[in-house]
Design a protein around this ligand. Sequence first.
Ligand SMILES: NC(=O)c1ccc[n+]([C@@H]2O[C@H](COP(=O)([O-])OP(=O)(O)OC[C@H]3O[C@@H](n4cnc5c(N)ncnc54)[C@H](O)[C@@H]3O)[C@@H](O)[C@H]2O)c1
Length: 275
Amino acid sequence: MAVRDSFDLTGRVAVITGGAGLLGVKHAEAIAEAGGVPVLLDIAADRAAEQASALAKKYGQPVHSLGADITVPEQVEQALAQVLEMAGRVDILINNAANNPKMESQDGKQWSRFENFPLGIWNQDIAIGLTGAFLCSQVFGCAMARQGSGVILNIASDLGVIAPDQRIYRQPGLPDEQQPVKPVTYSVVKAGLVGLTRYLSTYWVEQGVRANALSPGGVYNGQDDAFVQRLTNLIPMGRMADKDEYKAAIVFLVSDASAYMNGFNLVMDGGRTAW
Ligand SMILES: NC(=O)c1ccc[n+]([C@@H]2O[C@H](COP(=O)([O-])OP(=O)(O)OC[C@H]3O[C@@H](n4cnc5c(N)ncnc54)[C@H](O)[C@@H]3O)[C@@H](O)[C@H]2O)c1
């Protein structure tokens, strides 16, 4: 197969969880630009539908959307049935959805700090980031295994590999006990996704289903200058990622271009984890 052809996704149907979010839409663009059929699955059904119709218009090819809560098994089963009805098959699952609660103080208490971390938020973050990926892999992965081919791609993070540097989240003028921190669940979910990736990479290997992870570094999205300065000091390339910079890696990881890659976590972080 010619190298260029190995990146071609013509006719391949890709379900993207959290498809209506900042990066979910970019993953969908990547799939569409390589000729595939993206399905934006999101709990925010309206936002997913709006994004899908904008992408369909932009690329002049089918882009589907569906509303589902990936923490509810029945909704994930129903989502598979809808995908098969809309697109006829499923070839790619991108586990991308995550819970992103704001790190704000409540009643003068900074909930994000480990000492105060509420069990409810722990359960919610794990449910969306990890259990949701488990359920989607179970349901969509079984369909791909039955079909005899498929790719699972888990979106982890550089913080699945290294500890967060809590100094970069500090706010001036707040006492230590009210300083926000990167939530513990972020590290746990992302490291868990890397474990799920390794498990899945061997589980259905005889059925032609492989699994990898992509660990992106932080994307610039209008964060305040002081934060960006502190973060980029930790990144050898001296900048955050642009939201378009993961698209080519997505196409590589879900296409035949990476046919012999399995169980790997591709870290793309401007070199942060190299320092
Ligand atoms: N943005 C970054 O800088 C960055 C860096 C590294 C890794 N990541 C990872 O990339 C992924 C996407 O990040 P993003 O910045 O686009 O996040 P985002 O918050 O913009 O998007 C997440 C999407 O998930 C959806 N979602 C939440 N709960 C759901 C549920 N129960 N069922 C279905 N959908 C649900 C939300 O509605 C939202 O559209 C996440 O896993 C994130 O951790 C992001």
